[in-house]
Write a protein that binds this ligand. Structure first.
Ligand code: SAH
Length: 354
Protein backbone atom coordinates (compact mmCIF):
# COMPACT_ATOMS: atom_id res chain seq x y z
CA UNK A 1 0.00 0.00 0.00
CA UNK A 2 1.34 3.47 -0.84
CA UNK A 3 1.58 6.11 1.89
CA UNK A 4 -1.08 8.08 0.10
CA UNK A 5 -3.42 5.03 0.11
CA UNK A 6 -3.06 4.89 3.91
CA UNK A 7 -3.89 8.60 4.21
CA UNK A 8 -6.93 8.26 1.92
CA UNK A 9 -8.25 5.24 3.84
CA UNK A 10 -7.95 7.17 7.11
CA UNK A 11 -9.80 10.07 5.52
CA UNK A 12 -12.60 7.78 4.25
CA UNK A 13 -12.91 6.21 7.73
CA UNK A 14 -13.32 9.68 9.20
CA UNK A 15 -15.48 11.43 6.59
CA UNK A 16 -17.07 8.67 4.48
CA UNK A 17 -16.65 7.97 0.74
CA UNK A 18 -15.05 10.74 -1.34
CA UNK A 19 -15.83 11.96 -4.85
CA UNK A 20 -13.65 10.72 -7.68
CA UNK A 21 -12.56 14.36 -8.10
CA UNK A 22 -11.20 14.51 -4.55
CA UNK A 23 -9.46 11.17 -5.08
CA UNK A 24 -7.94 12.25 -8.41
CA UNK A 25 -6.84 15.56 -7.03
CA UNK A 26 -5.07 13.90 -4.06
CA UNK A 27 -3.40 11.31 -6.33
CA UNK A 28 -2.09 13.91 -8.76
CA UNK A 29 -1.45 16.98 -6.65
CA UNK A 30 -1.02 15.99 -2.99
CA UNK A 31 1.94 18.20 -1.96
CA UNK A 32 4.12 15.35 -0.71
CA UNK A 33 2.69 12.15 -2.27
CA UNK A 34 0.98 13.41 -5.46
CA UNK A 35 2.02 12.02 -8.82
CA UNK A 36 2.85 15.39 -10.45
CA UNK A 37 3.98 17.04 -7.24
CA UNK A 38 6.81 14.58 -6.76
CA UNK A 39 8.16 13.73 -10.22
CA UNK A 40 8.63 14.56 -13.89
CA UNK A 41 6.40 11.95 -15.58
CA UNK A 42 7.52 13.07 -19.05
CA UNK A 43 11.24 12.51 -18.50
CA UNK A 44 13.32 9.75 -20.06
CA UNK A 45 12.03 7.14 -17.59
CA UNK A 46 8.55 8.67 -17.54
CA UNK A 47 5.09 7.13 -17.72
CA UNK A 48 3.80 8.85 -20.85
CA UNK A 49 4.78 11.18 -23.65
CA UNK A 50 3.02 14.12 -25.29
CA UNK A 51 2.92 15.84 -28.68
CA UNK A 52 5.60 18.48 -27.92
CA UNK A 53 7.90 15.72 -26.63
CA UNK A 54 7.33 13.75 -29.85
CA UNK A 55 8.32 16.49 -32.28
CA UNK A 56 9.37 20.14 -32.29
CA UNK A 57 6.90 20.68 -35.17
CA UNK A 58 3.94 20.63 -32.77
CA UNK A 59 5.14 23.63 -30.73
CA UNK A 60 6.41 25.49 -33.78
CA UNK A 61 3.00 25.35 -35.48
CA UNK A 62 1.16 26.25 -32.26
CA UNK A 63 3.55 29.21 -31.89
CA UNK A 64 2.90 30.46 -35.41
CA UNK A 65 -0.84 29.98 -34.91
CA UNK A 66 -0.75 32.12 -31.74
CA UNK A 67 1.44 34.76 -33.41
CA UNK A 68 -0.95 35.03 -36.37
CA UNK A 69 -3.88 35.35 -33.95
CA UNK A 70 -1.98 38.12 -32.16
CA UNK A 71 -1.40 39.92 -35.51
CA UNK A 72 -5.08 39.44 -36.48
CA UNK A 73 -6.07 41.19 -33.25
CA UNK A 74 -3.90 44.22 -34.02
CA UNK A 75 -0.65 43.06 -32.36
CA UNK A 76 -1.30 44.41 -28.85
CA UNK A 77 1.88 46.01 -27.47
CA UNK A 78 1.85 43.98 -24.26
CA UNK A 79 0.28 40.57 -23.79
CA UNK A 80 0.56 37.40 -21.73
CA UNK A 81 1.92 34.41 -23.64
CA UNK A 82 0.67 31.66 -21.38
CA UNK A 83 0.63 27.91 -21.05
CA UNK A 84 -1.56 25.84 -18.76
CA UNK A 85 0.18 22.71 -17.48
CA UNK A 86 3.52 23.21 -19.28
CA UNK A 87 5.06 19.86 -18.34
CA UNK A 88 8.78 20.04 -19.13
CA UNK A 89 8.48 23.46 -20.81
CA UNK A 90 9.19 21.96 -24.23
CA UNK A 91 6.05 23.32 -25.92
CA UNK A 92 6.69 26.87 -24.67
CA UNK A 93 10.36 26.66 -25.72
CA UNK A 94 9.31 25.60 -29.25
CA UNK A 95 6.68 28.38 -29.38
CA UNK A 96 9.31 30.95 -28.41
CA UNK A 97 11.86 29.68 -30.92
CA UNK A 98 9.37 29.58 -33.81
CA UNK A 99 8.09 33.11 -33.12
CA UNK A 100 11.51 34.79 -32.83
CA UNK A 101 11.18 36.01 -36.41
CA UNK A 102 7.73 37.57 -35.91
CA UNK A 103 8.43 41.33 -35.60
CA UNK A 104 7.44 42.73 -32.20
CA UNK A 105 6.07 39.45 -30.83
CA UNK A 106 8.80 38.74 -28.29
CA UNK A 107 9.08 42.37 -27.23
CA UNK A 108 5.35 42.40 -26.43
CA UNK A 109 5.18 38.95 -24.78
CA UNK A 110 5.34 38.21 -21.06
CA UNK A 111 5.63 34.46 -20.43
CA UNK A 112 3.22 33.11 -17.82
CA UNK A 113 2.93 29.47 -16.75
CA UNK A 114 0.04 27.92 -14.83
CA UNK A 115 1.58 25.00 -12.97
CA UNK A 116 0.97 23.51 -9.53
CA UNK A 117 3.78 20.94 -9.46
CA UNK A 118 6.98 22.14 -7.77
CA UNK A 119 8.96 19.36 -9.46
CA UNK A 120 7.81 20.42 -12.93
CA UNK A 121 8.24 24.14 -12.21
CA UNK A 122 11.93 23.37 -11.62
CA UNK A 123 12.20 21.56 -14.99
CA UNK A 124 10.37 24.44 -16.75
CA UNK A 125 12.71 27.02 -15.18
CA UNK A 126 15.66 25.16 -16.71
CA UNK A 127 14.09 24.69 -20.15
CA UNK A 128 12.97 28.34 -20.34
CA UNK A 129 16.09 29.89 -18.88
CA UNK A 130 16.45 33.41 -20.31
CA UNK A 131 12.72 33.97 -20.87
CA UNK A 132 11.89 34.90 -17.23
CA UNK A 133 8.59 33.05 -16.96
CA UNK A 134 6.23 33.84 -14.12
CA UNK A 135 4.35 31.00 -12.45
CA UNK A 136 0.75 30.83 -11.27
CA UNK A 137 -1.16 28.23 -9.28
CA UNK A 138 -4.32 29.00 -11.26
CA UNK A 139 -5.68 31.13 -14.10
CA UNK A 140 -7.26 33.69 -11.72
CA UNK A 141 -3.93 35.43 -11.17
CA UNK A 142 -2.92 35.80 -14.84
CA UNK A 143 -2.16 39.49 -15.55
CA UNK A 144 -4.76 41.92 -16.78
CA UNK A 145 -3.50 41.78 -20.40
CA UNK A 146 -4.60 40.20 -23.68
CA UNK A 147 -4.05 36.48 -23.19
CA UNK A 148 -2.65 34.22 -25.92
CA UNK A 149 -2.49 30.78 -24.38
CA UNK A 150 -2.25 27.07 -25.04
CA UNK A 151 -3.26 24.06 -22.95
CA UNK A 152 -1.99 20.71 -24.27
CA UNK A 153 -2.96 17.64 -22.24
CA UNK A 154 -3.88 19.90 -19.33
CA UNK A 155 -7.65 19.46 -19.13
CA UNK A 156 -7.40 15.65 -19.11
CA UNK A 157 -5.52 15.89 -15.80
CA UNK A 158 -8.23 17.94 -14.09
CA UNK A 159 -10.33 16.04 -11.54
CA UNK A 160 -13.61 14.59 -12.78
CA UNK A 161 -16.72 13.24 -11.08
CA UNK A 162 -18.74 10.34 -12.45
CA UNK A 163 -22.48 9.80 -12.18
CA UNK A 164 -24.62 6.83 -13.14
CA UNK A 165 -28.15 7.45 -14.38
CA UNK A 166 -30.84 6.08 -12.07
CA UNK A 167 -34.39 6.97 -13.08
CA UNK A 168 -34.47 10.76 -13.36
CA UNK A 169 -31.63 11.20 -10.92
CA UNK A 170 -28.03 10.09 -10.56
CA UNK A 171 -25.97 7.89 -8.30
CA UNK A 172 -22.47 9.25 -7.97
CA UNK A 173 -19.51 6.87 -8.23
CA UNK A 174 -17.67 7.45 -4.94
CA UNK A 175 -14.30 6.17 -3.76
CA UNK A 176 -14.51 4.00 -0.67
CA UNK A 177 -12.57 1.19 0.98
CA UNK A 178 -13.02 -2.53 0.79
CA UNK A 179 -10.75 -3.82 3.53
CA UNK A 180 -7.30 -2.52 2.60
CA UNK A 181 -8.29 -1.76 -0.98
CA UNK A 182 -9.78 1.38 -2.48
CA UNK A 183 -12.76 0.81 -4.73
CA UNK A 184 -15.87 2.46 -6.16
CA UNK A 185 -19.36 2.43 -4.64
CA UNK A 186 -22.54 4.19 -5.71
CA UNK A 187 -24.07 6.98 -3.64
CA UNK A 188 -27.78 7.18 -2.94
CA UNK A 189 -29.68 8.75 -5.87
CA UNK A 190 -29.30 12.55 -5.96
CA UNK A 191 -30.36 15.29 -8.34
CA UNK A 192 -27.30 16.80 -9.99
CA UNK A 193 -28.43 20.14 -11.48
CA UNK A 194 -25.29 20.40 -13.68
CA UNK A 195 -26.37 17.19 -15.43
CA UNK A 196 -29.97 18.28 -16.10
CA UNK A 197 -29.29 18.47 -19.86
CA UNK A 198 -27.92 14.91 -19.83
CA UNK A 199 -31.32 13.49 -18.90
CA UNK A 200 -32.17 14.02 -22.59
CA UNK A 201 -29.52 11.79 -24.13
CA UNK A 202 -28.82 9.12 -21.51
CA UNK A 203 -30.63 5.99 -20.39
CA UNK A 204 -30.78 3.94 -17.20
CA UNK A 205 -27.30 2.92 -16.03
CA UNK A 206 -25.35 5.21 -18.37
CA UNK A 207 -22.26 6.84 -16.88
CA UNK A 208 -21.43 10.48 -17.53
CA UNK A 209 -18.40 12.43 -16.41
CA UNK A 210 -18.16 16.08 -15.48
CA UNK A 211 -15.34 18.25 -14.26
CA UNK A 212 -16.24 21.24 -12.08
CA UNK A 213 -12.58 22.36 -12.20
CA UNK A 214 -12.50 22.31 -16.02
CA UNK A 215 -15.73 24.30 -16.17
CA UNK A 216 -14.47 26.90 -13.68
CA UNK A 217 -11.13 27.36 -15.48
CA UNK A 218 -12.82 27.68 -18.89
CA UNK A 219 -15.27 30.26 -17.53
CA UNK A 220 -12.35 32.30 -16.17
CA UNK A 221 -10.49 32.06 -19.50
CA UNK A 222 -13.61 33.06 -21.43
CA UNK A 223 -14.21 36.09 -19.22
CA UNK A 224 -10.55 37.13 -19.52
CA UNK A 225 -10.48 36.81 -23.32
CA UNK A 226 -13.83 38.56 -23.79
CA UNK A 227 -12.64 41.50 -21.67
CA UNK A 228 -8.97 41.78 -22.73
CA UNK A 229 -8.67 39.98 -26.06
CA UNK A 230 -6.49 37.03 -26.99
CA UNK A 231 -7.25 33.34 -27.52
CA UNK A 232 -6.68 29.97 -25.88
CA UNK A 233 -5.94 26.81 -27.84
CA UNK A 234 -7.11 23.68 -26.04
CA UNK A 235 -5.61 20.41 -27.31
CA UNK A 236 -6.55 17.13 -25.70
CA UNK A 237 -8.04 13.69 -26.13
CA UNK A 238 -11.77 13.55 -25.82
CA UNK A 239 -14.85 14.41 -27.77
CA UNK A 240 -18.05 16.41 -27.90
CA UNK A 241 -20.20 15.28 -24.92
CA UNK A 242 -18.93 12.57 -22.58
CA UNK A 243 -20.54 9.21 -22.35
CA UNK A 244 -19.16 6.26 -20.45
CA UNK A 245 -16.26 5.70 -18.09
CA UNK A 246 -12.99 7.13 -19.47
CA UNK A 247 -11.14 7.36 -16.15
CA UNK A 248 -7.77 5.70 -16.64
CA UNK A 249 -4.37 5.19 -15.09
CA UNK A 250 -1.11 5.03 -16.97
CA UNK A 251 2.12 3.71 -15.50
CA UNK A 252 5.30 3.10 -17.48
CA UNK A 253 3.41 3.60 -20.77
CA UNK A 254 0.87 0.87 -19.84
CA UNK A 255 -2.71 0.88 -18.55
CA UNK A 256 -2.93 0.32 -14.81
CA UNK A 257 -5.63 0.03 -12.11
CA UNK A 258 -6.53 3.64 -11.14
CA UNK A 259 -7.05 2.50 -7.52
CA UNK A 260 -4.04 0.19 -7.37
CA UNK A 261 -1.25 2.55 -6.30
CA UNK A 262 -2.54 6.06 -5.51
CA UNK A 263 0.09 8.71 -6.26
CA UNK A 264 2.20 6.35 -8.38
CA UNK A 265 0.26 6.46 -11.66
CA UNK A 266 -0.94 9.21 -13.96
CA UNK A 267 -4.73 9.54 -13.78
CA UNK A 268 -6.70 11.12 -16.61
CA UNK A 269 -10.10 11.23 -18.23
CA UNK A 270 -11.22 12.18 -21.71
CA UNK A 271 -12.13 15.85 -22.06
CA UNK A 272 -15.78 16.72 -22.66
CA UNK A 273 -15.36 19.64 -25.08
CA UNK A 274 -19.07 20.39 -25.06
CA UNK A 275 -18.88 21.13 -21.34
CA UNK A 276 -15.97 23.53 -22.02
CA UNK A 277 -17.84 25.19 -24.89
CA UNK A 278 -20.90 25.73 -22.69
CA UNK A 279 -18.69 27.53 -20.14
CA UNK A 280 -16.86 30.07 -22.36
CA UNK A 281 -19.53 32.76 -22.81
CA UNK A 282 -19.16 35.73 -23.31
CA UNK A 283 -16.16 34.55 -25.37
CA UNK A 284 -16.73 32.38 -28.46
CA UNK A 285 -15.47 28.89 -29.23
CA UNK A 286 -14.39 27.34 -32.54
CA UNK A 287 -15.56 24.09 -34.02
CA UNK A 288 -13.93 21.05 -32.50
CA UNK A 289 -11.25 19.90 -34.96
CA UNK A 290 -9.13 16.77 -35.14
CA UNK A 291 -5.48 17.43 -34.26
CA UNK A 292 -4.29 15.88 -37.54
CA UNK A 293 -6.52 18.16 -39.60
CA UNK A 294 -5.52 21.21 -37.55
CA UNK A 295 -1.79 20.53 -37.98
CA UNK A 296 -2.22 19.86 -41.71
CA UNK A 297 -4.04 23.18 -42.15
CA UNK A 298 -1.15 24.90 -40.38
CA UNK A 299 1.32 23.35 -42.83
CA UNK A 300 2.89 20.43 -40.98
CA UNK A 301 3.54 18.58 -44.26
CA UNK A 302 5.72 21.42 -45.60
CA UNK A 303 7.48 21.85 -42.26
CA UNK A 304 8.15 18.10 -42.05
CA UNK A 305 9.54 18.10 -45.58
CA UNK A 306 11.85 21.00 -44.79
CA UNK A 307 13.19 19.40 -41.61
CA UNK A 308 13.63 16.04 -43.38
CA UNK A 309 16.01 17.62 -45.91
CA UNK A 310 18.60 18.13 -43.16
CA UNK A 311 18.22 14.60 -41.76
CA UNK A 312 19.44 11.18 -42.76
CA UNK A 313 19.50 7.61 -41.47
CA UNK A 314 17.82 6.88 -38.14
CA UNK A 315 17.08 10.53 -37.41
CA UNK A 316 15.12 10.80 -40.64
CA UNK A 317 13.18 7.60 -39.91
CA UNK A 318 12.33 8.91 -36.41
CA UNK A 319 11.24 12.24 -37.86
CA UNK A 320 8.91 10.62 -40.38
CA UNK A 321 7.46 8.43 -37.61
CA UNK A 322 6.90 11.48 -35.38
CA UNK A 323 5.03 13.31 -38.16
CA UNK A 324 2.81 10.27 -38.63
CA UNK A 325 2.26 9.89 -34.90
CA UNK A 326 1.00 13.47 -34.54
CA UNK A 327 -1.33 13.42 -37.55
CA UNK A 328 -2.38 9.91 -38.57
CA UNK A 329 -5.97 8.88 -37.70
CA UNK A 330 -4.75 5.59 -36.22
CA UNK A 331 -2.33 7.44 -33.93
CA UNK A 332 -2.97 10.87 -32.32
CA UNK A 333 -4.58 12.46 -35.38
CA UNK A 334 -8.25 11.96 -34.54
CA UNK A 335 -8.29 10.94 -30.87
CA UNK A 336 -6.81 14.35 -30.06
CA UNK A 337 -8.95 17.40 -30.77
CA UNK A 338 -8.41 21.14 -30.84
CA UNK A 339 -10.82 23.89 -29.87
CA UNK A 340 -10.05 27.57 -29.32
CA UNK A 341 -11.65 30.32 -27.28
CA UNK A 342 -11.54 33.76 -28.88
CA UNK A 343 -13.35 37.09 -28.54
CA UNK A 344 -16.61 38.00 -30.22
CA UNK A 345 -15.89 39.95 -33.41
CA UNK A 346 -12.36 38.54 -33.88
CA UNK A 347 -11.25 35.93 -36.42
CA UNK A 348 -10.83 32.39 -35.05
CA UNK A 349 -7.17 31.27 -34.81
CA UNK A 350 -5.75 29.85 -38.09
CA UNK A 351 -6.57 26.19 -38.66
CA UNK A 352 -9.88 26.43 -36.82
CA UNK A 353 -13.37 27.43 -37.97
CA UNK A 354 -16.00 29.57 -36.28
N1 SAH B 1 1.52 20.34 -21.64
C1 SAH B 1 2.61 19.46 -21.36
C2 SAH B 1 2.41 18.58 -20.11
C3 SAH B 1 1.14 17.80 -19.97
S1 SAH B 1 1.10 16.91 -18.44
C4 SAH B 1 2.94 18.63 -22.57
O1 SAH B 1 2.16 18.66 -23.51
O2 SAH B 1 3.96 17.96 -22.59
C5 SAH B 1 -0.02 17.88 -17.45
C6 SAH B 1 0.57 19.15 -16.92
O3 SAH B 1 -0.46 19.86 -16.21
C7 SAH B 1 1.70 18.99 -15.91
O4 SAH B 1 2.58 20.07 -16.07
C8 SAH B 1 0.96 19.06 -14.58
O5 SAH B 1 1.79 19.35 -13.48
C9 SAH B 1 -0.03 20.15 -14.88
N2 SAH B 1 -1.23 20.19 -14.05
C10 SAH B 1 -2.07 19.16 -13.79
N3 SAH B 1 -3.12 19.58 -13.05
C11 SAH B 1 -2.93 20.91 -12.83
C12 SAH B 1 -3.68 21.90 -12.15
N4 SAH B 1 -4.81 21.60 -11.52
N5 SAH B 1 -3.21 23.16 -12.15
C13 SAH B 1 -2.07 23.47 -12.80
N6 SAH B 1 -1.31 22.56 -13.47
C14 SAH B 1 -1.74 21.29 -13.48
Amino acid sequence: MTQLARLLIAQIDADGPMTLADYMSACLMHPTHGYYATRDPLGAAGDFTTAPEISQMFGELIGLCLAQTWLDQGAPAAFALAELGPGRGTLMADILRATRAVPGFHAAAEVHLVETSAALRAVQAKTLDGHTPRWHAGVETLPDLPLFAVANEFFDALPIRQAQRSGDSWRERMVTRDGERLTLALSAPTLLPMLAHRLEDTGEGDIVEFSPAATRITTDLGAHIAARGGATLIVDYGDWRSLGDTFQALRAHAQADPFGAPGEADLTAHVDFEALALAVAPARYTRLTAQGVFLERLGIAQRAQKLAEALSGEARVAHVAAHRRLTHPSEMGTLFKVMALYPEGAAPPPGLLA
